[in-house]
Ligand binder design. Structure first.
Ligand code: HPA
Length: 239
């Protein structure tokens, strides 16, 4: 049965879904890496595709930007479509001094300034963490491919443009590696229904370094991340 945001029917979506924020990145991923591709969703242009990668069925669907958006799409995938694992494939702004553009980060945890997790009515602060098996598989995939990777805390910020500024220094000083806008909501949704989630990020900009990526370099960084995510994703089918 379809939902208000997803026209797929049960069975159209694989057990493992890769989730970029950008719908066109979902399309690019499907068209570049998958065969036998079927588009299962176009509602709000939040494209979703299922196809075959190295002989295995896998899906890729956009999340949109921010925790409310990934909150909706991931809830529906977990609850209404039998999805077991969501691997967010995103860009993030570097915070840690030893991170550089195009580096790959695995989000072991995700701090947030969002109120999204209040809905679970906990008597304290929930610590959103990724699924250990997905993290292990992604880390091993990076090692196999000889891709350097950092593992640690992300910050899922509700604002891209912070009115007061200087918030990022404090997150950096607590050891957070990079800032993005979705993982804490995804991790909380996964925890609430006993499913799996992981964020794999490519560093697209650094908040404390002046360097910028050319479009070609940006694409290279994304391609590395996509290959890691796809190989992790098909291994996750066997979890
Ligand atoms: N802030 C939040 N999200 C991001 C950033 C950033 O600097 N870069 C890429 N995604």
């Amino acid at each position: 049965m379809s939902t208000p945001h997803n026209s797929a029917e049960m069975g159209d979506i694989a057990k493992v879904v890769l989730m970029p924020g950008d719908p066109l990145r979902a399309k690019f991923t499907a068209e570049t890496f998958l065969t036998d591709v079927v588009c299962f969703n176009k509602v709000r242009n939040c494209f979703g595709f299922t196809g075959t990668y190295k002989g295995k069925k896998i899906s890729v669907m956009a999340s949109g930007m921010g925790i409310p958006s990934i909150g909706i799409y991931s809830h529906e995938l977990y609850h209404f479509y039998g999805v077991e694992s969501i691997i967010r494939i995103g860009t993030a702004g570097g915070l840690a001094p030893d991170l550089n553009l195009k580096d790959i980060v695995l989000g072991m945890g995700a701090c947030t300034n969002s109120n999204y997790i209040n809905q679970f009515g906990l008597p304290g602060q929930f610590a959103p963490i990724c699924d250990f098996d997905l993290l292990r598989l992604a880390y091993e995939t990076c090692q196999d491919k000889k891709v350097p990777v950092k593992v640690g805390n992300l910050v899922s910020n509700d604002t891209f443009y912070d009115h007061l500024g200087n918030v990022n220094e404090r997150w950096r000083d607590m050891g957070a590696l990079a800032v993005e806008m979705e993982s804490a909501g995804l991790y909380a949704n996964a925890a609430s229904c006993g499913k799996r989630a992981l964020t794999i990020c490519s560093i697209s900009d650094h908040l404390f370094k002046p360097e910028q990526l050319s479009p070609k370099e940006r694409e290279q960084g994304l391609t590395t991340m996509l290959e890691i995510a796809l190989d992790t994703g098909i291994k996750a089918l066997d979890l």
